[in-house]
Design a protein around this ligand. Structure first.
Ligand code: TXA
Ligand code: MG
Length: 342
């Protein structure tokens, strides 16, 4: 199969790929997605094949407006509409009870479904033109970092899917925040592009799922099945170093070897001579860190480093999502240097 490269002007062609049961790379504000008609079980099955995705990891449905929620969800609580009003289109996925028209293959047999309205004009237009909800996981091969531009998605998916729509680089860079609204207390299942603090402003109390902060014990089941999978498994072990940034830089400097990779804040980029250095933005700029963290992880694939150290931002704002992606890449191998980062 030759993967076609489309642009934001090819709305009709892109919608036709979806309507014909094909696979379409779609730009969103978070990361690129691998989309198919979410009501077509055959098409959705192909998503799992193209990604090499485990069969127990459900997909989220992308819709163009909150008005579509009732088509696929039932018992929708008022909180869902409050969140949609405030944050959609945007980097927020809500877990709600599903209706029976959502194919089992989308939800992996769960009685809930994840729904999100992405903030990308091209993709919103494509979904409206196709007139179907789009099931889409991130557009990487399973186990690889999520793609934040069309070229990265092509690297993983060339020859496996019908087309990719190039909508430019992703503005957010980490996946959507996932909130489970079916629990008695709303529960954060995955930190992402919408900060936890913003959810708390609307919802009050929000519980944070254990899998967000710590590794799961053997056999333990996370509530978002995908949280048990490692995002990126570099051959070299990754160590995440938490704490105030000058301390973490000092710790990493003391542990450098011959072939060390370092993910650091811009201010420290010159501090690791002889290393493969990926700077991800200044220490105070978490939005920039979010935009660049997956690209930094991806970049180590082409190098021969045998150990990777990463400076880690504090948990406030988008820091929670950046830290979570780094820790997942590290299999939660974390060293704390004390004195929390901001
Ligand atoms: O930003 C995003 O959310 C991107 C873009 C493309 O929209 N999509 C994305 O999809 O990150 P994916 O499949 O890579 O991650 C979705 C996560 C997985 O961890 C999955 O286990 C979880 O959502 N999930 C999906 N449906 C669920 C459900 N019904 N209950 C709990 N977790 C669910
Ligand atoms: Mg993913």
């Amino acid at each position: 199969m030759k993967t076609q490269l489309l642009t934001g002007h090819d709305i009709a062609a892109a919608a036709a790929v979806l309507r014909d049961g094909g696979l379409l790379g779609i730009p969103t504000e978070t990361v690129y997605g691998l989309g198919a008609d979410g009501l077509n079980a055959q098409a959705v099955r192909r998503i799992f094949e193209a990604k090499g995705r485990p069969q127990d990891n459900p997909l989220i449905l992308h819709i163009p407006e909150a008005g579509w929620l009732e088509r696929y969800c039932r018992n929708i609580p008022p909180e869902a509409y409050m969140l949609a009003e405030r944050f959609w289109p945007g980097p927020l996925t809500m877990i709600l009870q599903r209706k029976v028209n959502v194919p089992n293959i989308v939800t992996c047999g769960l009685d809930t479904v994840g729904v999100r309205c992405p903030n990308h004009p091209v993709t919103l237009e494509i979904i409206r033109a196709a007139r179907v909800p789009v099931a889409a996981p991130s557009g990487n091969l399973s186990g690889r970092p999520s793609p934040t531009c069309a070229a990265h998605m092509l690297e993983d998916m060339e020859g496996r899917i019908e087309a990719i729509v190039d909508g430019g680089p992703c503005g957010v860079g980490v996946e959507s925040t996932i909130i489970d609204l079916t629990a008695s207390v709303p529960r954060l299942l995955r930190p992402g592009g919408l900060p936890l603090e913003a959810l708390r402003e609307v919802l009050g109390e929000v519980a944070v799922d254990k899998a967000v902060l710590a590794p799961l014990a053997a056999g333990e089941k996370p509530r978002a099945p995908g949280m048990k999978y490692r995002h990126y498994a570099p051959k070299a072990p990754v160590t995440v170093v938490t704490g105030e940034s000058r301390r973490t830089a000092r710790y990493i400097r003391r542990h450098l070897g011959e072939h060390t990779g370092v993910i650091c804040f811009d201010e420290f980029a010159g501090d690791f001579p002889g290393c493969v250095v990926e700077a991800i933005g200044s220490a105070g700029d978490k939005a920039e860190q979010a935009r660049r963290v997956f690209d930094a992880l991806r970049a180590f694939d082409e190098t021969d480093v045998d150990a990777i150290y990463a400076q880690c931002p504090g948990d406030g704002g988008l820091g929670l999502a950046v830290a979570n992606r780094l820790k997942k890449a590290a299999g939660f191998q974390v060293v704390d240097t004390g004195e929390a980062a901001t």
